[in-house]
Write a protein that binds this ligand. Structure first.
Ligand code: 3PG
Length: 382
């Protein structure tokens, strides 16, 4: 793949697809992480005297309709603050063409306001391509989506290349898979094994120990014990048994349960073998925390995706908190990705203690599952 750093961008119109899909509350950015990670890409384009067009989606608005709630305007204002010396403008109507000078930045309004964006519409892809000389794909967090501004545009531009953020995210993940430093410990949580089955398979190839929590663990446990009202997936029990045969999977031996799923419910620690029909597992128990921490202590590489329980409920947060802190305090190389995982890192203020936090959620999982993404294959053709 051609890298943006190796192309002459001087006076060229460069369409950079970033993922500036950040959380907003009352029009205020609550986590700027994805924007901050994209700034070096913008700075590289400035250094190369490009005419910079920045495109991103924000949320999932209804296509073909403007909706202020999903406007990229707050992100534009944030960029202006971060790059005060740069001439940055915002463009709402850009599909018929835009005026732009070298070292100027035009931030486009949410690409998902454009009809056809998420369907990878050909006409829309052509319109994006007509805006520029070069397309830079740097939106790792949206790199698993085949949409007009992330993929279709490649069919109509003369030159396309990979940007620095996408490149480094892929490089780190590839390194872990190609040259894993053992022991590799994976920590996997979340609700459903069905959504992560491929991921587990893929991770088990390089993993020495896989620590499982959340609803995913319940499906494994349910093959041996009754787990009351707990969430589990009957149709995945056989597959779970097969995975367990690898002898790499660690499961909870105790858990925090309640009898009604509510933020106010009190938690009670029970052995996995003693769960009553009216009880529901919402977190791992203290003995499990201790066992998992022992394994984490010995790791040289940790790959973490998903919480150990319903961390949104304070009484069922301890397992997730203790495991998250133990990953953060470990001297291993730790990598974390996924929406809930990032929320946990933010909640316990562990950002600076994780070696690498991916900007991706779905794309992080998809890349681990398949070791590639469609846009990466597409970029290889330039
Ligand atoms: C994300 O937040 O995971 C990315 O920005 C992709 O967003 P999407 O799931 O709405 O495509």
């Amino acid at each position: 793949m051609i890298h943006m750093k190796d192309i002459d961008l001087k006076n060229k119109r460069v369409f950079i697809r970033l993922d500036l899909n950040v959380p907003l509350y009352n029009n205020k950015i609550t986590s700027s992480a994805r924007i901050d990670c994209s700034i070096p890409t913008i700075q590289l384009a400035l250094k190369k005297h490009a005419k910079i067009i920045i495109a991103s989606h924000l949320g999932r608005p209804e296509e073909g309709k403007y909706n202020e709630k999903f406007s990229l305007f707050p992100i534009f204002k944030y960029l202006k603050k971060k790059l005060p010396e740069v001439n940055i403008i915002f463009s709402k109507n850009y599909l018929q063409g835009i005026k732009i000078e070298s070292n100027q930045i035009v931030v486009l309004e949410n690409v998902r306001f454009n009809y056809g964006e998420t369907k990878n519409d050909i006409d829309l892809s052509k319109k994006y391509a007509n805006l520029c000389d070069i397309f830079v794909m740097d939106a790792f967090a949206t790199a698993h989506r085949i949409e007009s501004s992330t993929y279709g545009i490649c069919d109509f531009v003369k030159q396309a290349c990979i940007g620095p953020l996408l490149f480094s995210e892929i490089k780190i993940l590839k390194n872990i898979f190609n040259k894993p430093i053992h022991p590799v410990v994976t920590v996997i949580g979340g609700a459903k094994v069905s959504t992560k089955f491929k991921l587990l398979n893929s991770l088990l190839k390089i993993t020495d120990s896989m620590l499982v929590g959340g609803g995913i663990a319940n499906t494994f446990i349910s093959t041996n014990y009754s787990i009351g009202k707990s969430l589990y997936e009957k149709s995945f029990q056989e597959k779970a048994k097969k995975l367990y045969e690898t002898k790499k999977i660690f499961l909870p031996i105790d858990s925090r349960v309640c009898t009604s799923f509510s933020i106010k419910s009190k938690s009670k620690i029970k052995l996995i073998s003693n769960i009553l029909p009216n009880e529901e597992i919402l977190d791992i128990g203290d003995q499990t925390i201790k066992n998992y921490k022992e394994v984490i202590k010995k790791a040289k590489t940790i790959i973490w995706n998903g919480p150990m329980g319903v961390f949104e409920f304070p009484n069922f947060r301890k397992g997730t908190e203790e495991i998250a802190k133990s990953i953060a305090n470990s001297s291993s190389f730790s990598i974390a990705g996924g929406g809930d995982t990032i929320a946990v890192i933010d909640l316990f203020n562990l950002k600076n203690k994780i070696s690498y936090i991916s900007t991706g959620g779905g794309s992080f999982l998809k890349f681990i599952e398949n070791k590639t993404l469609p846009i990466l294959e597409r970029l290889k053709k330039f």
